[in-house]
Each structure stands twice: as structure tokens, then as C-alpha cells.
Design a protein around this ligand. Sequence first.
Ligand code: SF4
Length: 207
Amino acid sequence: MKEEIRAAYEELVEWADLIFAQTREKFGSLVKCQPGCTDCCYAVFGLFPVEAVYLREKFDELPEEQRRAALERAAEAEGQLMELERKLARHPDDPYMQNRIMARERVRCPLLDEKGECILYPFRPLTCRVYGIPVLVKGRAQICWKAGFEPGEKYPTFNLDTAYRELYRLSQKLLGEEEKAGLLLSLPLVLRTPVENLLNGNWKNKT
Ligand code: SF4
């Protein structure tokens, strides 16, 4: 990844970390994130290409044993994600049902090891960094179910829509095209795709 793009990406996640830290400082008891809590590591989410490449480069620097174990977990998670896609496909025109299915689904992130720790924690995606504080997604406030923020009260909110726009812009710069910049890649897919392929927009879901 070009240094300029990497620097812009790191600046974005530093901003997310800053907002998280400020929120925790102000509303400490309402933020429930703590070592050992892995709730967000079972949520289904995707990565923009720029995050995918960044994370995949860091993954390649891990010891072989750790990588092998993560790839085994990724194969299992990919099977669960394919099953999820089949469930969603049964309700193609029903966003309500699709949202319900997505909300209930629990797929263990392959980067979560046997001890319940993220093996790439310092480099984790933006979504993981702000999971425990109020965020804005598609204009609506969302929050981890464990957090103590009260519905109806006003709190500072991290604007994920703005962050996603920046991730899209950086992905466009990285890939040199618009179409694939907006595609979200699952973590199992990212782990089994070499960096060069991700950079060329050359990745493939299992069918
Ligand atoms: S990348 Fe790390 S913090 Fe994020 S979901 Fe996976 S294991 Fe959890």
C-alpha cells in the first residue's frame, strides 16, 4: 500500500480512537468495553478494500503458527457466512426479515484466538474500535447492547457514515476504480486472499 494512503488510513483510525477515549473519559461507567469482552467479535461486518489490505499486510507479519490457526478458523467462519447468505436469499425483498436475521447471527471472527484475544488488536478495523460507544449508521444511532447509554438521551456520537465515506475514498485511490471500492469484504475472504490480489481488486467469494 502506498505510504500516503496508509498514513491517511492510520489518521482515520486514530481519530476513531480519540473519540472513543474522549467518550470513555466523559461517560466511563456507560462504556462497558473491557478485556475479556468479545461481543463485537461475533458480529457480522465487512471491510472496505483499504482496511482489508492494511489488515492483510499485518496478518502476513504474524508467526506461521498463528496464521495457520487463524486460517482454520476462517474456513469455519466462511462456511457460516455462506449459510447466512442462503438464509438472507430466502427473503430477497424483505429488509425487515433480513435485518432480523443479521441481528441474530453470531459468527466468530477468525482473528479471535483460543484465549479470546484479538491477534491483530493494535491493527483492528475501524468498526471494532468504536463498537462500545454511540455511533451513527445510515443516519441512525446505534450502540452495543451491553453499553449503558440511555435511549432518548443526547450523547456525542461517532459518525460512522462519515468514516465510511473516507474509507471508500481511500479504497478508490488504492484500487484506482470506483466500482470495487464500495464492496465490503468478509474477514475470512481477506485472510485467504493474497495482498497482491486484494490490491488488484481480484478476490472471489466461495460459492
Ligand atoms: S478484528 Fe479483532 S477486535 Fe475486531 S472483531 Fe476480529 S477479533 Fe474482534
